[in-house]
Design a protein around this ligand. Sequence first.
Ligand SMILES: Cc1nc(NNC(=O)[C@H](CC2CCCC2)CN(O)CO)c(F)c(N2CCN3CCOC[C@@H]3C2)n1
Ligand code: NI
Length: 183
Amino acid sequence: MITMDDIVREGHPVLRQVADEVSLPPSEEEKHTLTEMLQYLINSQDEEMAEKYNLRPGVGLAAPQIGLSKRMIAVHFTDFDEQEYSMGLFNPKIMSHSVEKTYLSTGEGCLSVDRDVPGYVPRYARITVKGTDLNGNEVKLRLKGYAAIVFQHEIDHLNGIMFYDHINKEDPFNVPENAKPAD
Ligand SMILES: Cc1nc(NNC(=O)[C@H](CC2CCCC2)CN(O)CO)c(F)c(N2CCN3CCOC[C@@H]3C2)n1
Ligand code: NI
């Protein structure tokens, strides 16, 4: 199982690389790894497992965070409309996005960042994502708000981008005029 010992921390070059496309169909090993990434999220949200294995809770995870520079992400969360997302995706790609932005009023954190970085992280309010799921099916997702934020955070990791790269350096709590909080 994946534990915090497997999560690389900021400063490791893999977090600043552009990850490689996974050639399709994914190998058994790639499918196993993506399944393990999803399992980490599920375990991390289970109080007993998180306590027992000292897991930081997570709603998303990207392969570079376990040292694997491949375009693979896993997400496990329920959004504010009670819509559940629990999936692994190969080669996720943002096909289109709104001009309008959104952000989490709590700011963001990252399993690869062992410090608090205060500030709003402006992200697209709505995105359309395409990718291939663990069953080898192509999926097309239209996401907004919280779900859009989580997927953007993960896809950023595949492009070597950390959440704090988006925070306004002069005024971390500056809100762009076209942005509304997701929560
Ligand atoms: C928002 C949130 N971020 C948590 N952690 N950070 C992460 O997931 C990072 C990714 C998220 C940071 C902002 C957007 C994506 C991991 N990242 O580094 C991957 O790249 C949480 F843990 C969390 N929740 C709320 C839901 N709760 C259900 C019950 O179980 C606990 C769980 C806690 N919400
Ligand atoms: Ni992260």
